[in-house]
Design a protein around this ligand. Structure first.
Ligand code: FAD
Length: 505
């Protein structure tokens, strides 16, 4: 039998790689994706998790990016109403920082640059009377409020990969691309299973390098290109603290150094504070928050909140590396957040497309642009389709989230309501696939702690490529924030047995 030649091989299972694989497979192309670790184990699980236009980017005149991102907010909300939701942001005004007229102008543009239909517009706030003023220091008397959206970034990646698979793509996780070389009419890609060490050869007409912070490593080390690296690695860290305030709006604070810091309600019981912007030269795999970054974020939040924001109250930190296109700017903060697609298609040779930059917010548009660029190098394929298509589990109207949750709760009325609500927000309509006919949580198999039951773990292994407790507790969910060390150990042991049984079979 002749060896199958895929149309597209994607390197990288972050939001960009999975988004491209999804779009391409939905257009009838034969797609294979390689991810060397877990899906979303790179930058795409370490973002601030905002679907946003990026108010701050207006100061750097990134109007194209802001307009595209603003328009995309409502598209992504409708695409994934289970894992994303609208959020209001409160911007307290502090004397000596950006003048009120400038903020008003920025917010006016923000309201009017991109398609905004369901999200409410901006307004001024009297923080002496508005409940958003209660947790803030007394000198914060005036402020503004505007809309953006929140998304579970890591779940967005997994759902994009799942959708790609449902549309025919082959998704390989824990399979590292070791090398790829051009033959006459296609690429020959060698990948290595990182669990067994086994190597495999795959052929594809086009290679897409969507390796995020590893884009230059893939280009120079795996594909043997001499191309000068155009990626600028900029690290960003976040801290998570026990709740600093008790409402559902987020804050955007201006810092004395002209940067901004978000304080966002997180996972029910916590507040997420971030981020930093620091040039990074190390291995992206080793990225971690430094003491200086943690202190910086604590101080930034402490400037505004009445309650002390202390290092010892930080319950978790995470860091990621932004794979930005190197636009030659001096400061990391000013480096463009826009994406750049670089096509390398010498006459008569198979094409390579490198992805630089790209935000969670713009992944769908980026994928559309990638496919447009690839048209001359592949047989004719389908038209753009993702604008009005939903991700798995998101097949209910965006304005009926409350009804969806209520109906689900009614179907499982004897089950722990907190569990059902969490599953609804993670899996949407697919929650029924996990809970099946079970009436109570006692019918869901072993309990590992923090409302995590065997039925959900089995689902994550069978449907979402999960293999380790880290995949389950820190990417498919954030239950790691609530589980005790001994509970994690119990899950580890259970997984070891479960997966060794699967291997024996
Ligand atoms: P990644 O997610 O890093 O994916 C690349 C993947 O390639 C990795 O999983 C890696 O393991 C894999 N890989 C590498 N080499 C190989 C190989 N040889 N073989 C196989 N696989 C390989 N964007 C927003 O829209 N909103 C935000 O609020 C936001 N906040 C951010 C905050 C911070 C601190 C940071 C760092 C970024 C933020 N972003 C935000 C930007 C966004 O997170 C990133 O731009 C995006 O996640 C990049 O996705 P990616 O797919 O390009 O890279």
């Amino acid at each position: 039998m002749a060896e199958e030649i895929h149309d597209i091989a994607v390197i990288g299972g972050g939001i960009n790689g999975c988004g491209i694989a999804r779009d391409a497979s939905g257009r009838g192309l034969r797609v294979v994706l390689f991810e060397k670790n877990d899906l979303a184990s790179g930058t795409s699980s370490s973002s601030t998790k905002l679907i946003h236009g990026g108010l701050r980017y207006l100061e750097h005149y990134e109007f194209r990016l802001v307009r595209e991102s603003l328009k995309e907010r409502e598209v992504l909300l409708a695409m994934a109403p289970h894992i994303s939701w609208p959020m209001r942001f409160v911007l307290p005004h502090l004397k000596g920082l950006r003048p009120a007229w400038l903020i008003r102008l920025g917010l006016f543009l923000y309201d009017h640059l991109g398609g905004r239909n369901v999200l409410p517009g901006c307004r001024s706030l009297d923080l002496r009377t508005d409940p958003a003023g209660i947790p803030l220091k007394d000198e914060m008397t005036k402020g503004f409020e505007y809309s953006d959206c929140w998304v579970d970034d890591a779940r967005m990646v997994v759902l994009a990969a799942k959708d790609a698979e449902l549309r025919g793509a082959t998704v390989h996780v824990r399979r590292e691309v070791v090398s790829a070389k051009r033959l006459d009419d296609c690429w020959e890609i060698v990948s290595r299973d990182t669990c067994s060490g086994r190597q495999m050869t795959t052929r594809a007409k086009v290679v897409i390098n969507a390796a995020g912070p590893w884009v230059a490593d893939v280009l120079n080390q795996r594909l043997g290109s001499n191309s000068k690296s155009k990626v600028r690695l900029v690290k960003g860290s976040h801290i998570v603290l026990n709740k600093l305030f008790d409402h559902e709006r987020a804050y955007i604070f201006q810092n004395a150094d002209a940067r901004i810091t978000f304080a966002i309600p997180y996972e029910g019981a916590f507040t997420l504070v971030g981020t930093t912007d620091v040039d990074y030269q190390g291995n992206p795999e080793d990225v971690a928050a430094t003491d200086d970054e943690i202190n910086y974020l604590c101080e930034a939040a402490a400037t505004y909140f009445k309650v002390p924001v202390l290092r010892e109250n930080v319950v978790w930190t995470y860091s990621g590396v932004r794979p930005l296109f190197d636009s030659g700017e001096e400061s990391a903060q000013k480096a463009t957040r826009d994406y750049v697609l670089e096509l390398d298609a010498p006459e008569g040779s198979p094409a390579l497309l490198n992805v630089f930059g790209g935000k969670i917010t713009t992944f769908r548009c980026l994928a559309e642009e990638v496919l447009e660029k690839l048209q001359p190098y592949l047989n004719p394929f389908g038209a753009p389709w993702t604008h009005s298509a939903v991700l798995p589990g998101g097949d209910f109207p965006v304005d009926q989230v409350a009804k969806f949750k209520k109906d689900l709760a009614a179907s499982y009325s004897d089950m722990d309501a907190v569990l059902v609500a969490r599953l609804a927000r993670s899996y949407g309509t697919l929650t029924r696939q996990i809970l099946g006919d079970a009436k109570t949580e006692g019918e869901l198999g072993a309990h590992f702690g923090a409302n995590l039951y065997e039925a959900e773990v089995n689902y994550l292994i069978e449907q979402e490529w999960a293999m380790t407790s880290e995949d389950i507790l820190w990417r498919r969910s954030k239950l790691g924030l609530r589980m005790k060390a001994e509970e994690v150990e119990k899950l580890d042991q259970w997984l070891e047995n479960r997966l060794s049984v699967a291997v024996e079979k």
